[in-house]
Design a protein around this ligand. Structure first.
Ligand SMILES: Nc1ncnc2c1ncn2[C@@H]1O[C@H](COP(=O)(O)OP(=O)(O)O)[C@@H](O)[C@H]1O
Ligand code: SF4
Ligand SMILES: [Mg+2]
Length: 330
């Protein structure tokens, strides 16, 4: 991991204005992301975890300016991407790619694999028409597929092969940064491992930086340099993989981790599973103060009154929790 941040995200906020009711008569706000502060270091894999709906995808989309930020900054090479319109974004689009859970939605069913991978090469003028075929073959080789696959259509491929094609298409742009949004979640477990290893090999070969969005904590533990834990649109904790899994500080992180089976049978026998009470509150009306206070086993009176500051509790270990601030035992 390089010492320099590739992306610096400052106070990023994304609210969606929606209309509710049978006739859309009521205006409401979805507080999807609030005050996210985060640096993504060159060459690292930063994972984001948290329950469904906590804002992981919105973070990825807003960083890439696919969703327009409500406020805050996304600094990339000295430029705040959040203030750029689509035309101004064009020079940055090549560097910043995304791979989704469902490769079918990314691939045009009427385009051959060769055309799909060749399209961004021609669009970004990375090669002339004559060289595209060779480039496509090299990209297919990069993702472990034979060159003859260029003539095939998406429906002729398995799910794992299609995800390899989507990765090749993202690589065609020679990107610096890839958001992998649940990119392996829909695949069989055995195929997941292959795609993870492919992503790690490509990261090393091309010096890629990943924002890896996932809900499988065992996978996150395997792949990440650092891990961020989100709860209801806010970051609860962020630390190196070792610190987060070894010494979690936030009560929510502790609850999440307690649900992961231990690979060491001795540890597994003594594992205390902590079940969170209640449902995740609605992002239409998030709880005051610490958004976790309605479910936190150690909530205090200050927790519903005051938003806990996002601070570096240990070197490189960030957390937002009044109990940690007050020096309570972790
Ligand atoms: N385009 C949108 N319009 C309105 N609400 C949205 C939109 N996209 C996401 N949301 C809401 O924002 C919240 C965060 O969603 P999301 O980022 O998709 O969560 P995650 O990826 O962690 O499951 C959810 O409540 C979701 O319903
Ligand atoms: S701030 Fe309070 S409610 Fe929130 S996690 Fe910490 S102790 Fe629990
Ligand atoms: Mg998502």
């Amino acid at each position: 991991m390089g010492a320099e941040p590739l992306l610096k995200i400052e106070n990023l906020v994304k609210h969606f204005h929606v209309r509710l009711g049978a006739f859309g008569e009521k205006a409401a706000t979805v507080y999807a992301l609030d005050d996210i502060d985060l640096s993504i270091m060159e060459g690292e894999t930063l994972s984001l975890v948290g329950e469904s709906g906590c804002g992981k995808s919105t973070t990825g989309f807003t960083i890439l300016n696919l969703y327009r930020a409500t406020s805050g900054k996304v600094l990339y090479r000295g430029q705040n991407l959040a203030e750029l319109d689509e035309r101004e974004m064009r020079p940055f689009r090549r560097d910043l790619q995304i791979v989704f859970q469902d490769p079918y939605s990314t691939l045009n069913p009427r385009m051959t694999i060769g055309e799909a991978i060749g399209e961004p090469i021609l669009f970004h003028k990375l090669a002339g028409k004559a060289e595209v075929k060779d480039k496509v073959a090299a990209l297919l080789a990069d993702v472990g597929l034979p060159a003859r696959f260029a003539q095939r259509y998406p429906h002729e491929l398995s799910g794992g092969q299609r995800q390899r094609v989507v990765i090749a298409r993202a690589l065609a742009c020679q990107p610096k940064f890839i958001v992998c949004d649940e990119a392996i979640s829909a695949l069989d477990v055995s195929i997941q491992a292959q795609i993870i290893n492919l992503l790690l090999d490509l990261q090393e070969k091309y010096g890629l930086t990943y924002l890896f969005i996932a809900h499988d904590l065992a996978v996150v533990r395997h792949i990440s340099t650092r891990v961020g834990v989100m709860y209801l649109g806010r970051l609860a904790e962020l630390a190196s993989r070792e610190d987060l899994f070894g010494e979690p500080l936030h009560p929510y992180t502790k609850a999440l981790l307690s649900a992961v089976p231990e690979t060491n049978p001795a540890h597994e026998r003594t594992r205390q599973r902590q079940i969170l009470q209640g449902d995740v509150p609605s992002p239409l009306d998030p709880p005051s103060g610490c958004r976790f206070h309605t479910r936190c086993p150690i909530a205090m009176s200050v927790c519903s009154a005051k938003i806990p500051a996002w601070r570096e509790a240990r070197p490189g270990h960030y957390v937002a929790c009044h109990a940690v601030e007050a020096g309570a035992p972790s």
